[in-house]
Design a protein around this ligand. Structure first.
Ligand SMILES: *Cc1c(COP(=O)(O)O)cnc(C)c1O
Length: 342
């Protein structure tokens, strides 16, 4: 892989914004370099643009070097940045599986990049050859989501491997739900695949969706490109400090995941007993895709009773399907109880 050939020329050649925080990084007693108001102590100073202290903590938890980490305003930020770094508007294209997470296509369209969809097979699994056939010399990115949203399944490791081995561009593997999965993350394969970018997030297993922190893991060279194009202070100090403290609660998070997996089992046991439930798809995430007799009508009936699920009826391969997030024990029981009355 030749990184320079893959990156947009303007991005490769540009000089990044240099902030006051970039120019002077040491200890000092008088800071008159950033036009800040000195009077509101604690929040008056610009935060660390590269979030080194938080990255060191994440590096320990993920067993990876800080230089291989990018932090963004949710995963949505690295999804957008990776497109802006690699794809030339109206010339390059992106290939992704279908159905999958909707933000890849939205970000592609905002950036005026052609987005090519390749249907998953009937088991919602990836066919590497079919995917690669859709690529051409202008395909810069492939998006894979595993466990996939909205289907819930892990994509086959072997097929992902084939894509990584054969594709000359960048492969993004979105692991937003990896903490709920029965297979390991791709993080350990980063060194082996210089064209791999892995996305993870604090929005799901960490229970911090409101805080907005997403992670991208990649080679140090690719991370440098992310840092070049991002907003200088893309992660605010409240988020940096708060998530830093949350990272100490590893034991609690493990318990949460165990609880949610029990809740998932409860739903997997109870849902098929309902007469209008036709199929429960296998899941490695904290949600279940369920095929029912009439998804639109069931969605409305549930909503009328105050229970909101996600109607995926109009999504490719998901006709008749609702996507149900695993809630608290009480919420799961409410859902089942409500369904029994319908
Ligand atoms: C929820 C989700 C995310 C998380 O996005 P954030 O911006 O980090 O909240 C990323 N990818 C997928 C596939 C998701 O379902």
């Amino acid at each position: 892989m030749n990184l320079q050939q893959l990156v947009r020329k303007n991005v490769w050649n540009m000089k990044p914004y240099s902030s006051a925080r970039d120019e002077f990084k040491g200890e000092a007693s008088v800071f008159l370099d950033a036009n800040e108001n000195p009077l509101n102590d604690k929040y008056n100073r610009y935060p660390d643009p590269l979030q080194w202290s938080l990255k060191q903590k994440i590096a320990k938890v993920k067993n990876i070097a800080s230089e291989n980490i990018f932090l963004g305003n949710g995963s949505d930020e690295p999804i957008d940045l990776v497109i802006r770094i690699f794809c030339e508007p109206r010339i390059d294209n992106i290939v992704a599986v279908d159905p999958t997470y909707g933000m890849y296509q939205v970000c592609a369209e905002v950036n005026d990049i052609e987005y090519r969809k390749v249907l998953l097979n009937e088991n919602f699994d990836l066919d590497a050859q079919k995917l690669l056939e859709k690529t051409d010399r202008n395909t810069k990115l492939i998006f894979l989501c595993s466990p996939n949203n909205p289907t819930g399944n892990l994509l086959s490791r072997e097929e992902i491997k084939k894509v990584l081995d054969s594709f000359a561009g960048i492969v993004v593997v979105d692991e937003a739900y990896i903490d709920f999965a029965s297979e390991a993350t791709w993080l350990n394969d980063l060194e082996k695949y210089p064209n791999l970018i892995i996305l993870q997030t604090f929005s799901k297993a960490w229970g911090l969706a409101a805080v907005r922190l997403g992670m991208a893991f990649a080679s140090a060279e690719i991370i440098k490109l992310f840092n070049k194009v991002k907003y200088p202070y893309n992660v605010n100090i409240l988020t940096q400090n708060f998530v830093g403290d949350e990272l100490d609660k590893l034991e609690l998070r493990k318990q949460w995941i165990a609880t949610l997996l029990e809740g998932r089992n409860y739903l997997i046991n109870e849902l098929p007993k309902l007469p209008f439930v036709e199929k429960i798809y296998p899941t490695d995430a904290n949600f279940i895709l369920v095929k029912v007799e009439d998804a639109n009508s069931l969605y409305k009936q549930l909503a009328d009773k105050g229970v909101i699920v996600r109607n995926r009826n109009s999504v490719s391969l998901c006709a008749g399907c609702l996507r149900i997030t695993v809630g608290t024990d009480k919420e799961n029981e409410m859902l089942i109880k409500t369904l029994r009355t319908l």
